[in-house]
Ligand binder design. Structure first.
Ligand code: SAJ
Length: 411
């Protein structure tokens, strides 16, 4: 098939390349001219494990467009940020869908992959596409297909995870399933559009609630003088318990917004909204912990700017949140991160960042940081405080939820 992928971001680009490697003729389109120019030169706009290799394998059937053209199928994978009131901002979905309208012909399939508030495909997207004069489910096909891949391991998970897709009718599901089958090895589950959209939001809300639970446990264990990491590990020996890890807060483009989209028509007063609040407040709790650890005004070396380990994406990163609190309080800080480019603050090398610091904040658990363990020990013995918010060093340095751990009853 000729497939046009609208939106060449963290999900759209790898999907386009898997489809082209799988034998489809794929045209990629993005509103970012810079991204199009890079791809035309064969350069990739972001880093992801294995993406370069996938590009080499898929490039024969892949081209980038400066203008949309006719295709058999359109796959829309554009961002859905949150509005100021935390509702789902659908402006990119709307404009991408509108750009497809002139190409809606009999037999065309349109797929939405963006994470959206329930009802978007079956009402909003369908309504826009029907401005073509044709009817969804009768003249053209329409489906919502969600993505479960985790940044850092995107390519493996895109292939091996199960998929949920929801078509406007059986034929839409059948064609969408056929297209994805060229690279998805996981099971493909089919349902209706709104159920598929909601299942996607449930997945991320579930994880966000579980992390909020862990973050709350970190505060509780800190108060009790316990070690949250050891305590959670013990609780996790229960066959039906799997508490996730506390951290400096929840970042990224997904978990920090998607739970709001799930509750937007229902109200945010329940457990999902409370969990969001707990996670949103976590960076401030970390700053309070820093204040309790250093006697003088904190001078902070921040190890890690991205929202999680081994990625270059810093959208909504807890580091950004903590930086705005440091600024509000007039604390000086330096950030180091080997992955991140175009960060709003200057990025220093490791040694420059730790120079003069009285506390080192391990904000991200990049694997590469493990090499700094001896140097951190040295700095610690020179009186520099260390706060490991990710348990990267396995208790070698003070870690959140265990800073005041004094319980050594059982050795
Ligand atoms: N985090 C913790 N503690 C944990 C796990 C994560 O504090 O135990 C933090 C991370 O450091 C990060 C944030 O949560 O700041 C989110 O990271 P993540 O690795 O949990 O998830 P994302 O946002 O990278 O990807 C999620 C995934 N969703 C689920 O696992 C349910 C992924 O599968 C989705 O495809 C992705 O959202 C998406 O695009 O929706």
């Amino acid at each position: 098939m000729n497939i046009c992928v609208v939106g060449l971001g963290y999900m759209g680009l790898p999907t386009a390349l898997f489809l082209s490697r799988g034998g489809h003729k794929v045209m990629g389109y993005d509103i970012s001219k810079a991204k199009i120019d890079m791809l035309k030169k064969g350069e990739l706009p972001f880093e992801e494990n294995g993406l370069k290799e996938l590009y080499e394998q898929g490039k024969k059937n892949f081209s980038v467009l400066s203008k949309l053209g006719q295709a058999d199928a359109y796959l829309i994978a554009v961002p859905t940020p949150a509005n100021k009131d935390n509702t789902c901002d659908l402006k990119y979905v709307i404009s991408a869908t509108e750009s497809v309208v002139p190409f809606v012909k009999k037999g065309v399939l349109v797929i939405l992959e963006s994470t959206v508030t329930p009802g978007t495909t079956a009402v909003l997207v369908k309504g826009i596409l029907e401005k073509s004069g044709l009817k969804a489910g009768k003249d053209f096909s329409l489906a919502y297909v969600s993505e479960k891949a985790i940044p850092g391991n995107t390519l493996y998970e895109m292939v091996n995870n199960d998929r949920v897709m929801g078509g406007i009718d059986d034929k839409s599901n059948q064609i969408a399933k056929e297209i994805y089958s060229c690279f998805v090895k996981g099971e493909i589950h089919v349902t209706d559009c709104t159920t598929a959209e909601t299942a996607k939001l449930i997945e991320n809300a579930y994880r966000d609630v579980n992390i909020a639970f862990a973050n709350e446990l970190a505060r509780i264990c800190e108060q009790l003088g316990l070690d949250v990491w050891k305590t959670i590990e013990l609780a996790n020996h229960h066959p039906r318990v799997k508490v996730l890890s506390p951290g400096p807060g929840v970042g990224g483009h997904c978990l920090s917004t998607d739970p709001w989209f799930l509750t937007e028509k229902y109200g945010n007063t329940g457990v999902i909204g409370t969990a969001r609040d707990v996670n949103e407040k976590t960076p401030r709790k970390i700053v309070e912990l820093i204040e309790s650890m250093v006697k003088e005004k904190p001078i902070i070396a921040i190890l890690g700017a991205s929202y999680k380990k081994n990625v270059d994406d810093f959208r909504e990163s807890p580091t950004l949140r903590m930086i705005s609190i440091f600024k509000e309080k007039g604390y000086s800080f330096k950030v180091t991160d080997p992955f991140v480019r175009r960060f709003p603050e200057k990025i220093f090398g490791f040694e420059e960042a730790v120079k003069d610091a009285n506390i080192i904040l391990v904000s991200v658990d990049h694997d590469i940081y493990k090499q700094y363990e001896p140097r951190l020990s040295e700095l610690e013995s020179n009186g520099v405080q260390i706060l490991d918010t990710r348990n990267l060093f396995n208790g070698k340095f003070p870690r959140i939820g265990a800073v005041k751990n004094q319980r050594n009853e059982i050795k």
